[in-house]
Design a protein around this ligand. Structure first.
Ligand SMILES: Cc1ncc(COP(=O)(O)O)c(C=O)c1O
Length: 397
């Protein structure tokens, strides 16, 4: 059989490190061990019933099974505008400032190709969600890491960037509440971002994949920041907020020129999302958000149990303010990979090594709150037995 060489664009794509980790975990499970899986990012709770009802009702109408309009239904864009006004007090023009995406991943990977030319740069959070690198690679762009440091509460400090890289950059990705760190944004951080982007003609793409899942106050939208719409867009996903990860539905909201570019790009790739999915998304946005509050409360309760257990064994970690991730420093003397391997093989607890999320992720592991509180507590009990940490009450003596 002939072997065709993948295109240069495919060859530029970063390795899928998560697949390697999945194989390591599968090998330990195949030996019959009960592995507590805290590495993954898939919500464990069901989609709320009223959203499923809307889907079921929509699917029984035959016209809903035909091609949707190319750019999606107006009713859904209007629901997005109503939602942004109600939730964030942000005015959105449904006809020019909203694009429907088949999941925010599709938007993340496409966006650099819509604004950035080959050879130009895209600034990506480090540690950050790896798909930002994939989007930059497909566009032939250079990815410039923006270090997110613990001493800055994992918020951006643009003075850490090389001015030559900044001058060459056309796009900046940010993500709060953050995967993998669990950090949330402040109004000041978003204001500094608008000022930086405006001064350097950079398009901000704020990835709000974990909107609604914040523990110590409401979620902040980037578009609440004065001047945000002039400098960029926000990606708003329904996957985590409403446990709709399999539905593949999200939105890009904000700067009309960026929305127009992504709509044009998508005209050539898709015929929008399945109409019943768009109707279910409309129901999710326009109905009561109590299900979101309940979900956030559930993750918060898990977080609180976990941090109480961490304190008990002397594992000092930055408190997660949102998303369903916890960012934990590794025990002294270990790399992220060595530490994750030790937890997997000796405690049968699967976590994700921090360097998967970039150079500045080295020295940490990511744990997800995708298990009930008793499993989380059991995971820390198993790690305690390894004797890697010193409980605070012992230090006091
Ligand atoms: C930070 C971040 N952005 C985007 C996504 C993609 O979400 P979706 O494509 O389901 O909207 C994820 C999924 O895990 C994520 O963690």
């Amino acid at each position: 059989m002939k072997q065709f060489t993948p295109s240069r664009a495919i060859a530029r794509l970063p390795d899928q490190v998560f697949a390697t980790q999945a194989n390591r975990i599968a090998a330990v499970r195949s030996e019959g061990h009960d592995v507590i899986l805290l590495g993954q990012g898939t919500p464990d709770q069901p989609t709320p019933p009223h959203i499923l009802d809307a889907l079921k009702e929509a699917i029984s109408v035959s016209s809903n099974l035909q091609y949707p309009p190319f750019r999606g239904h107006d009713f859904l864009k209007e629901a997005v505008a109503a939602f942004y006004l109600r939730e964030f007090g942000v005015e959105i023009d449904a006809s020019t400032e909203v694009a429907i995406l088949l999941g925010s991943k599709a938007g993340i990977v496409a966006l650099p190709q819509t604004i950035v030319n080959p050879g130009e740069s895209v600034i990506v959070p480090d540690p950050g969600y790896p798909d930002y690198l994939s989007g930059a690679a497909l566009a032939g762009a250079k990815a410039v890491p923006l270090p997110l440091l613990e001493e800055n509460a994992f918020l951006p400090d643009y003075s850490l960037l090389d001015p030559h890289d900044v001058a060459n950059s056309r796009m900046l990705f940010l993500n709060y509440p953050s995967n993998p760190i669990g950090a949330t944004a402040t109004a000041e951080a978003f204001e500094a971002t608008v000022a930086f982007a405006d001064a350097n003609d950079i398009c901000v793409v704020h990835d709000l994949a974990y909107g609604g899942i914040t523990f110590d106050g409401p979620t902040r939208s980037f578009l609440e920041t004065p001047g945000a719409k002039e400098t960029g867009i926000e990606l708003f996903s329904l996957s985590k907020r409403f446990n709709m990860s399999g539905f593949r539905i999200a939105f890009a909201v904000g700067n009309a020129s960026v929305i127009s570019a992504i709509e044009t790009y998508q005209d050539h790739l898709y015929v929008s999302a399945f109409t019943p999915v768009q109707l279910a998304a409309e129901a999710a946005l326009l109905s009561s958000q109590d299900c979101v509050t309940n979900l956030s409360d559930l993750y918060q309760a898990r977080r609180d149990v976990l941090f109480a257990k961490l304190e008990e064994i002397g594992w000092d970690a930055p408190l997660s303010g949102g998303s369903f991730f916890v960012w934990l420093p590794v025990a002294p003397g270990y790399t992220s990979q060595q530490f994750a391997d030790k937890l997997l093989h000796e405690a049968h607890v699967a976590v994700t090594p921090g360097h998967f999320f970039g150079e500045y992720g080295e020295g940490y592991v990511r744990l997800s709150l995708i298990a009930d509180a008793s499993r989380l507590a059991e995971a820390i009990n198993r790690i305690k037995v390894l004797g890697l940490f010193t409980p605070a009450d012992v230090i006091k003596f």
